[in-house]
Design a protein around this ligand. Sequence first.
Ligand SMILES: [Zn+2]
Length: 258
Amino acid sequence: MPINKGAVTARRMLSEFGIEKPDDFSIEELIHARDIILEEKKISNSDGRIVFGKSKTKITINSDIKYLGRRRFTLAHELGHFAMHHNVDTHLEDNALTLDYFKNGGQEYEANQFATELLMPSKYFVEYTQGKPFSPDLLRNIADHFQTSITSAAFRYLELGQHPIFLFYCKDKRVIYWKNSENFYRKVKDITKLHPPEDSVAMEFFNDGTIYKKEGSAQSIYKSTWFETGSDDELDEYFEYAIVTKDYNTVLSIIWER
Ligand SMILES: [Zn+2]
């Protein structure tokens, strides 16, 4: 894996505090140890924010965040800004879009890499996922185990998981970007910036608000749903799991082959 600033900074912080395993600490403790003010309140349209003051820095976390894992990932992301981007910007707002990795380059990417390595250190992630078949349940278990968001677990899986997957990120009924595991090459239909495919699970959500229950989260789809294909296109070979974030009208679709 290429060395990245975020991951290196996270590892340095973990070793500075003598932290061995991800469940040995709470993010709040690290934030307090850095003498950062932590405030919890309602903020509209963003999950977290950081303001660099003259003497003190303040991190605000949206009290409306329902999931513990998302809260924790957001806090770790802000802590990453503190560790790496002090004095670069005085004020940073983070919503689901910036927390979703690849969209914004530079600082947002680095802060996400920091949070990812802090909460799901590569060594433990590989150990935990090894030998387990890919499924939506595996992602939920990863999120539970590492106490992080299911979205961040999916992105981590893309980097380090054994089973090749494709990720499609859609917002407001548009495909914003997609990303694939190494060694999983499929020609994606020409859909960037356009609607997701009509027969995709992502589109089902945008069309009529469908969100599948846990048991039904692996939906069988055609290869031709998202990919260019020649012939022999059968069901039960490709699957789509759509992670919906209603507040931001986003869908992260994970596609994998049996
Ligand atoms: Zn950010």
